[in-house]
Design a protein around this ligand. Structure first.
Ligand code: ATP
Ligand code: LTN
Length: 329
């Protein structure tokens, strides 16, 4: 069976963009592939985190993975810092990665622009840790949103270079980026992606744990385009985004949706979209609350054990190929 690996950071709140761009596809693919879903808390600390909040958010994200439909009997769910191999492989790959290729990462450039000379080493090295996550599991496919494409390219480059210089060690992974939903835009600013790390745009971000009032309010205030027609049209990004969310949440085809809203106003679209979203979120929120703490602990413990056993084999192989094992007689 081929393998998939993916992860999300336990920072802020999980939003519809994370779900439609990534989590939704993890659920859809988990039975076709041997699946590993990680809560990447080591990526989260590339920015300062309150330790108590980080620990709580880590558990909350694990609950959300399960609540949206990740089946722990089928998939391996674990916390990144529980498997030390991730950090160890990062050092090996740091010695293969080049400054110039990391400097080219648009996410790094953006973060560095905001922080200037105080930008952390971890922010710079973030893509190498991500490559380690993926390569440790001999991953074939990585389901992510559009914003991670460049990091995936780097992962592939590092795997290819390592294999060339030290002998076959890593599978070279492919990205899985959905045709629809890979870049859900902010409701407040359709030129920007929906993002939890963008503080100004809270209003543009529907969180999976938002209550009914927040969902209605955010859709009501959503920015729209000029004109009145309700149809899928990339040149009208605000309406296109709202329709994309509608399409993905209630599985109606584009034609059906356009027919349905033919002659209607934006208020009708926003109102219906809010109700569709509320219906979609309700069972997820109920499941998040109902997962027992001890059960969660057991899932994460077993997940880490299973992940570690696989990660250890790859790490040892990489170390042997680099001459790091076998120096002692
Ligand atoms: P954010 O910008 O909200 O902080 P992130 O990408 O930094 O998100 P993660 O929580 O690690 O943080 O992302 C999890 C997954 O969600 C990734 O695969 C990412 O590509 C995807 N994703 C994030 N935002 C969107 C979006 N607006 N549309 C589609 N996919 C998204
Ligand atoms: N950088 C990713 C999160 C992430 C990830 C991974 C995704 C860390 N390690 C491995 C896929 C595979 C992000 O979405 N911000």
């Amino acid at each position: 069976m081929k393998r998939i690996f993916s992860g999300a950071q336990p920072t802020g709140n999980v939003h519809l963009g994370n779900y439609l761009g990534a989590l939704r596809n993890w659920v859809a693919l988990q039975r076709e592939y041997e699946s590993f879903f990680c809560i990447v808390n080591l990526h989260a600390i590339t920015f300062p985190q309150d330790p108590k909040v980080l620990a709580a958010k880590t558990r909350e994200l694990a609950r959300i993975y399960l609540a949206v439909g990740i089946d722990p009997n089928v998939s391996t769910v674990f916390v990144q810092s529980d498997v030390a191999e991730h950090t160890e492989l990062t050092w090996l790959l740091n010695c293969v990665a080049r400054m110039s290729e990391l400097e080219r990462m648009t996410q790094f450039k953006e973060k560095a622009r905001k922080q200037q000379e105080n930008v952390g080493v971890g922010v710079f090295d973030y893509p190498v840790l991500m490559a380690s996550d993926i390569l440790l599991y001999q991953t074939d496919l990585v389901p992510v949103g559009e914003d991670q494409k460049q990091h995936l390219e780097l992962t592939r480059d590092l795997a290819i270079r390592f294999n060339r210089d030290y002998g076959q060690t890593f599978a070279v992974p492919e990205p899985f980026i959905p045709k629809i939903g890979a870049r859900i835009m902010s409701l407040a600013d359709p030129a920007k992606k929906m993002s939890k790390s963008d503080e100004e745009s809270e209003a543009g971000c529907i969180m999976l744990l938002d209550d009914v009032d927040a969902v209605r309010r955010k859709f009501k205030r959503a920015v729209t385009d000029s004109g009145t027609e309700i149809r899928f049209d990339e040149s009208r990004p605000a309406i296109n985004n709202l329709l994309t969310i509608y399409h993905l949440l209630n599985d109606r085809s584009a034609e059906e949706i356009e027919d349905h809203f033919n002659g209607q106003g934006y208020a009708k679209l926003k109102g219906e979209l809010a109700e569709v979203t509320i219906e979609f979120l309700k069972p997820i929120q109920e499941r998040v609350r109902s997962i027992d703490d001890d059960k969660l602990d057991a899932i994460l413990r077993q997940g880490a054990e299973k992940a570690e056993a696989i990660a250890r084999v790859t790490l040892n192989h990489a170390k042997r190929n680099m001459g790091l094992i076998g120096a002692r007689k």
